[in-house]
Write a protein of this length. Structure first.
Length: 189
């Protein structure tokens, strides 16, 4: 029984007061040396729940718990057999791995410049020697060629991209038909 100034430990079987403690700041202090040795069982916790011990010991594996029991390394750990077939929900969720994507055996495009993957890296902390802070990366889906364009500011992205497309179209020999962005907008060139 706890109050603002003291706590009382009462034997529920007999109803006798076993121990009295005084509150000091936010801690209850008791003198356990005044108790006889046979009454100290009120301070031991008896619990044989496997999953509770698994959670108390920071989600330790059941193999490790069995090892700790066999070598008697933890004082209050009950000597029970921890079955390896049980697993808690938190461990199951944290150890799930995402299924990998299927490999594509054939290309989804039939010619270069049919599909381009474009990514703009926002300002880097350190500018390049030419004063550039942005990086535009373009990957051709068909050939897997990668181009990088360095930009001083975001607003020059579209102009640099158009210059890149015109140069690349001359090299490849055919033109880019349309652009499509993540937002679903499509532009004719």
């Amino acid at each position: 029984m706890f109050s603002a100034k003291q706590c009382l430990v009462i034997n529920v079987n007999i109803g006798n007061l076993v121990l009295r403690g005084k509150r000091h700041k936010n801690v209850y202090k008791m003198c356990i040396f005044s108790l006889s040795q046979n009454n100290l069982t009120c301070f031991s916790a008896i619990n044989d729940d496997v999953m509770l011990w698994h959670k108390r010991l920071d989600h330790a594996s059941l193999f490790l718990l069995n090892k700790l029991v066999s070598k008697d390394l933890i004082v209050s750990l009950p000597s029970i057999k921890f079955n390896d077939d049980k697993i808690c929900d938190a461990c199951a969720r944290s150890k799930q791995v995402r299924k990998s994507f299927k490999l594509k055996n054939c290309a989804s495009t039939t010619r270069p410049l049919e599909m381009l993957h474009v990514d703009l890296f926002c300002p880097m902390r350190i500018t390049s020697r030419g004063g550039k802070r942005y990086l535009l990366v373009i990957v051709d889906d068909y050939s897997r060629l990668i181009w990088t364009l360095f930009l001083a500011s975001k607003d020059e992205t579209f102009k640099k991209f158009l210059v890149f497309i015109k140069r690349t179209e001359k090299r490849v020999g055919h033109s880019l038909a349309s652009l499509r962005f993540d937002h679903g907008k499509e532009f004719e060139i």
